[in-house]
Ligand binder design. Structure first.
Ligand code: PMP
Length: 294
């Protein structure tokens, strides 16, 4: 992956893909002082780019650092990188981190870097599995209390638990893992938010200790535009047997149906299919403004 062709935007300049490196004594590598975004372009236009880059800047502030570029400058850099790579449908990964000037927990004056890479990432899950609904395991690891970690930040350190949970699930043949939070309530998957359907109503956990995904908010808007009721509330794992449909959503995952979570079973039903289609329509640059703004 690190030896691909193309260019990466790195601290304001384009560098060849293989040369976009960091020093081994980079603070972020040792102490997880990094934040990132995952964005997707459809038909040459980055969907909800402004929201993503605003979240990037806010994530950095939550980790006590200021990215030395404005949201507008980051927007432009994302668009330029996409154009330079020449893709119309692609994934955009901006990342900001503390550099290598000082080693130690404190790094008040280390340089803040920003890099943006763009590549093609057509489907986050196996396309055939996606149509039937993916299989999730229940993770051993839990999302932390917001007093323990900056849970609203898209911070690299919060993904340590995600990688461990995803690896454990994959070793058992599952596509991903559903994590509970520190209270034992249903939280999210390792890179996506989760929704359930029962009696025509959508239920989704209140995002009080995990990412309130941009896709999550889009899907809630799309459901409401269809007149489907959406209830955000605490959901306990004991309730999973009562839900008929389940799907997850995120920038990379888009809307993906879930067929199984451990011993619980779901069908790929009408509401899930409708929202999959509505989401794919909303992300297109030609989507009516009201739909895209949902
Ligand atoms: N939760 C986690 C842990 C994620 O990594 C993501 C993907 N960024 C999401 C939720 C969904 O967020 P979004 O819809 O903003 O991509």
């Amino acid at each position: 992956f690190d030896m691909r062709d193309g260019v990466i935007w790195y601290d304001g300049a384009f560098v060849p893909w293989a040369d976009a490196k960091v020093h081994v004594l980079t603070h972020a590598l040792h102490y997880a002082s990094a934040v990132f975004e995952g964005e997707r372009a459809y038909g040459g236009v980055i969907f909800k780019m402004r929201e993503h880059n605003q979240r990037l800047v806010e994530s950095a502030r939550l980790l006590d650092f200021e990215i030395p570029y404005t949201v507008e400058e980051i927007d432009r850099a994302c668009e330029e990188t996409l154009a330079r790579q020449g893709f119309s449908d692609a994934y955009i990964r901006p990342i900001a981190w503390r550099g290598s000037e000082m080693m130690g927990v404190s790094a008040q004056h280390n340089k803040i870097h920003l890099a943006i890479a763009v590549w093609q990432w057509p489907s986050y899950f196996d396309p055939a599995q996606r149509l039937k609904g993916i299989r999730l395991d229940l993770a051993q690891w839990r999302r932390p209390d917001p007093l323990t970690a900056p849970s609203k930040a898209k911070a690299t350190g919060l993904y340590m638990i995600c990688t461990m949970s995803k690896h454990a699930a994959e070793r058992k043949g599952y596509a991903d893992a559903l994590m509970l939070d520190w209270r034992g309530q249903v939280a999210e998957c390792t890179g996506a938010n989760i929704f359930f359907v029962k009696d025509g109503v959508i239920h989704t956990p209140t995002p009080d200790c995990f990412l309130d995904g941009i896709t999550r908010r889009t899907v809630i808007g799309l459901a409401k535009a269809r007149g489907i009721e959406v209830v955000e509330r605490a959901i306990l794992p004991e309730e999973l047997s009562g839900f008929e449909q389940c799907f997850i959503c995120g920038t990379a995952a888009e809307v993906t149906p879930v067929a199984e979570i451990a011993d619980w079973r779901f069908t790929v039903g009408d509401i899930t299919s409708t929202l999959m289609n509505d989401y794919m329509a909303a992300v297109q640059p030609s989507a009516p403004k009201a739909v895209a703004a949902a």
